[in-house]
Design a binder for this molecule. Structure first.
Ligand code: AHM
Ligand code: MG
Length: 342
């Protein structure tokens, strides 16, 4: 009997994908379900942030010396708690925690995966009702199952990711995740409390109309980056410019828009912060994986983000990410500028 169903929930989708691989154990689906559950809880709090006393500064500093908002802590605790109680995660590393956490119970020690996340990205936008998000990366552990997860499990290059994704808490709440097989987007249907497949097989357009960068830092960017930003503002047939500048200050929302509509997002190094602001493990790697699977590109200005070998959990990297054609223009423009400089 064939039942005609147009809506597919996140769980149905991951289970159906799994059925195509008889050797699969279901651990990844279970991990994605846990992440979806934590996201739903965070979403509820984000939606009522203006109403309850969860809004505002927590008054503490995170490991990067930045102010922590209460909602960041709530989100962090939800993800840690759900993954610790689940059956597929050996340990986590979070932008909000100094060090990784290896879960010390038999089920976790026997789990295949570790998860790294930024529990609430764009937290400066919480109190002004602007989209924020969560970003996550999943790796197969390199240490032996049955033992505690180790630092090496977390310090893997981005290319080793098994899956990566993000949630955007915006005009609607979405979860987008990528495996090597493709990128799919799910929108939360609040009436049934489920993420439903709404954006199957996302492909990043070859070119787009948007460029996203913090213009306030313009004079602190390297010369080659400034040159490219100037070309974004020029009318040319080759690039399709001038582009429209869109910068929300929540990477999740900025990159999500560019992934769907085509565009380029940049967080270059500045004279004050040569490595920029974004963290390789929690922000740049997961997005680089998603955008590459969708057909786009991501570099640090020299090499693909996914090829950087991490040395520290909280290391930062300049990031250039987006539509392939626009990334190629950027690379050519930077190469020309560097030739002029020598
Ligand atoms: P956060 O993880 O502390 O929220 O910081 C990351 C955010 C990104 O979402 C965003 O692109 C960037 O910081 C904005 O920074 P800036 O205000 O320097 O442009
Ligand atoms: Mg962040």
């Amino acid at each position: 009997m064939n039942v005609d169903r147009t809506i597919r929930t996140l769980d149905e989708f991951t289970i159906q994908s799994l059925r195509q691989f008889p050797q699969a154990t279901g651990e990844l689906s279970s991990l994605l379900r846990d992440i979806g559950l934590a996201a739903k809880r965070v979403n509820v709090e984000v939606n009522k942030a203006g109403l309850v006393d969860i809004l505002g500064d927590h008054g503490t500093m995170n490991v990067q010396g930045e102010e922590v908002k209460k909602l960041d802590i709530f989100a962090n605790n939800q993800f840690v708690g759900v993954l610790q109680r689940g059956i597929s995660c050996a340990g986590i590393a979070s932008e909000e925690l100094d060090d990784f956490v290896a879960f010390d119970d038999d089920i976790s020690k026997n789990s295949k995966y570790v998860c790294l996340f930024d529990p609430l990205d764009g937290s400066g936008n919480i109190d002004v009702n602007v989209s924020i998000g969560t970003i996550f990366a999943i790796y197969r552990r390199v240490s032996d199952r049955g033992t505690l997860a180790t630092r090496e499990d977390f310090l893997q290059k981005g290319r080793n990711q098994v899956a990566a994704g993000y949630m955007v808490y915006g005009s609607s709440t979405m979860m987008v995740y990528a495996t090597r097989r493709g990128v799919n987007g799910f929108t939360l249907d609040p009436s049934i409390g489920e993420f439903c497949l709404s954006h199957p097989n996302i492909k990043c357009p070859e070119r787009g109309k948007f460029y996203s960068v913090n213009h306030g830092n313009f004079f602190q960017y390297p010369e080659d980056v400034r040159k490219y930003i100037n070309t974004c503002q020029n009318k040319t047939k080759e690039t399709g410019g001038p582009y429209t500048q869109r910068y929300i200050g929540s990477m999740v929302a900025d990159v999500h828009r560019n992934l769907i509509k085509g565009g380029i997002f940049m967080y270059p190094g500045t004279t004050d912060k040569p490595k920029g602001k974004l963290r390789l493990l929690y922000e740049s790697n997961p997005f680089a994986f998603i955008v590459e699977v969708a057909g786009g590109k991501a570099t640090d200005g020299n090499i693909p983000i996914l090829d950087i070998i991490p040395t520290e959990l909280h290391q930062r990297t300049p990031l250039f990410i987006g539509s392939k054609g626009m990334m190629q223009d950027l690379e050519e423009c930077m190469a020309d500028a560097q030739k002029e400089m020598v």
